[in-house]
Design a protein around this ligand. Structure first.
Ligand code: 6PG
Length: 241
């Protein structure tokens, strides 16, 4: 797929280390330009490994964590304290261990805070309109074995959302069933979209996502491109390329 860069690594540890280095470097450079970079985090296991690696490296970085704004590409619509929450996982792995400014951490409202996933999507969209910069410096995305990214799943109505920043997702094939996700439109306003994928189980989805031909409806990860789009892979996830 043209305009997309693929960076391959021997194993998941090397992959996570390289992404962590590159992300810290990019955010430090943005701050050196006087900017307050906005980052979209993602959920999932390799994202968790990245968050822990970032926390390990924080002390040796010149990054001012209080001048980074954090969002999520998607969130599970469960209670705020539910271990399934992407935000809770990110706080435990990273955000609670570095000096973020709480005012710069924008979680999707939880199911014990608003009545419905639709209300959560509306509130999150309003927060992005009010506190977003109109683009992400970096949007991190995992990819599922079915080719989903964020909570944009193959064949789901959210793929067709227009004029919306975030929408509710129900009947997600990946539990839990109710979620909130940024739309394709919201995810395209990025200086960089960085996909990160590890393991043999992602190889077929990665190959479909990066093929010259294919359907976004069948492989939603095909549908997200930034000014720069990088696929950060270990060799197992890249094995079908
Ligand atoms: C979620 C994630 C989801 C995740 C992929 C990859 O809320 O579940 O945002 O999009 O990034 O499913 O997850 P793994 O890295 O755990 O396979």
């Amino acid at each position: 797929m043209s305009g997309v860069e693929v960076r391959r690594h021997d194993d998941a540890d090397l992959l996570v280390g390289d992404v962590a280095s590159a992300l810290l470097e990019r955010l430090e450079a943005a701050q050196a330009r006087g900017e307050v970079p906005q980052v979209g985090l993602t959920g999932g296991s390799i994202a968790g490994a990245l968050h822990r690696e970032l926390a390990r490296r924080a002390a040796d970085s010149s990054l001012d964590w209080s001048r980074v704004v954090f969002w999520w590409g998607d969130e599970r619509f469960v209670p705020a304290g539910d271990p399934d929450r992407n935000a809770l996982q990110a706080r435990e792995a990273l955000l609670d261990h570095v000096g973020v400014d709480p005012a710069n951490v924008h979680e999707v409202p939880a199911s014990d805070e608003v009545a419905s996933a639709e209300d959560a999507a509306a509130a999150y969209s309003e927060a992005l309109r009010e506190h977003g910069a109109g683009f992400f410096e970096v949007l991190m995305l995992g990819v599922g074995p079915d080719g989903h990214c964020a909570s944009l799943f193959p064949g789901h109505p959210a793929l067709e959302a227009r004029d919306a920043i975030a929408v509710a997702v129900h009947d997600s094939p990946k539990p839990p069933p109710d979620r909130v996700t940024l739309t394709f439109e919201a995810m395209e306003r990025c200086r960089a979209v960085w996909f990160i994928a590890s393991g043999e189980g992602k190889a077929e989805a990665v190959a479909r996502a990066l093929a010259d031909e294919g359907s976004v409806f069948e492989t939603p990860a095909r549908g997200v491109r930034g000014d720069e789009t990088v696929w950060w892979l270990d060799e197992a996830a890249a094995s079908a390329l």
